[in-house]
Design a protein around this ligand. Sequence first.
Ligand code: GLN
Length: 483
Amino acid sequence: MMKKIWLICIAIFIATITIVTQSEQVNADKQPHYVITTDASFPPFDFQDQNNQYVGIDLDILKEIAKREGFTYTLKAMSFNSATQLVAGSQADGVIAGMSITDERKEVFDFSTPYYKTGVVWATKKGSNIKSLSELKGQTVALKTGTAGADYAKKIQSQYGFKVKYFNDSNIMYNDVVSGNSVATFEDAPVIQYAIKNGLKLKIMNADKLFDAGWSGFAVKKGENKALLTAFNQGLKSIQKDGTYDKIVKSYLGKSQEHFTGKTSDNNSVLGLLKTNRKAFIDGLIETIKLTVLAIILASIWGIFLGILGISETKWLRGVSTTVIYIFRGLPLMVLAFFIYIGLPTVIGTKVPAFLAGIITLVLNEGAYTAAFVRGGFEAVEKGQMEAARSLGLPYGKAMRKVIVPQGLRIMVPSFINQFIITLKDTSILSAIGLLELTQTGTLIVARNSQGFRVWAIIAVMYLIVITLLTWLSNWVEKRMKN
Ligand code: GLN
């Protein structure tokens, strides 16, 4: 029985590695291929349309330029802050995300020719009685991490005496104002106008006098990817010359660049949302399940191994186990994910694919928890069992395998089930590194249609369904183990 389980585990492990490496295989095409990051919750510049295609002013421009200049690319959607950090850390080749060209950023990035003039506005909740910036004194203002809007607010913060709070996603930031937790926000004008058009209950306070935020540009890491930057600039020139650029901008913003007039409305009933976003929900669900299943299997193997080390007769092996458990149980999952995905590649010099980084993160973290209860479970097997086995002449290894492990595993079953459920929920944190699992799927849909309540309710129900199935499966396995 144990042998069979090990064989199955090894087979799954090999299958995993194959899937991961295959899905990251580089385009065999002759054309140069780039990885380009974007902030896909930034309509009308970067977002997913109802067919879950990446669209928007930026992404349509990029698509057209790539076609004309003969390169291909993979788009990676994540928060603006992570999107820029990935390029700064050489994990991706370029970033297009309504990114303002600032002197500070020029220290780290090389920018394309500016392609869109933007401005920052401040907005309050519709019906709020705040009329001027000076009334923000002592109040909290919601900002988006690492953006020009946030920089502007920070610049005037001491003058007006407000407090600030940071978000990674424009939509969550807006809703903090709508719900009354913060009283105002700062954001690029076309983006907040788009959301208001979609029914967001905010009011722009300086519509006729935007704060200057300069121009947006496409960026690569300073000194790197010169060919890509040149191609972008050439392509941009060409689409500006023949009117394609204007056509794209107009299709999203209508005649005046300051007001969004494009069509935005989805069918926003729950059924309508399910129907229009069916593919996105299913894809997100599959990604979540893939991450969960792989992480559960690998973390269990790793955790059992580490747990067994923890009860070894050799002192230093126990020390290794304790230290590894201590480190990875102590680190917040998101810190670990950022460290592996964004931090590590700058040191080791190779890219770590997001999916792999996500799996490693989960295995290290969940594996440490597993190891802790595995160690505890074995320790809970009555001491006399080992003594009896040894006195019957069984060597330590065999006594462990035949006597202690089977009994210990039975004690641990409820802890395993618990850990499986936690693993499933923890996959949502990996949305931070751009994995398009259920949570990130929800973020992208809400970014487009501002239907936070309904979309998050749908996502919540989907998680509950999977958790229920997982619990049933675990209970079934538990029953079989008892027999
Ligand atoms: N234009 C802003 C900036 O560059 C915001 C970009 C974004 O949030 N995607 O900082």
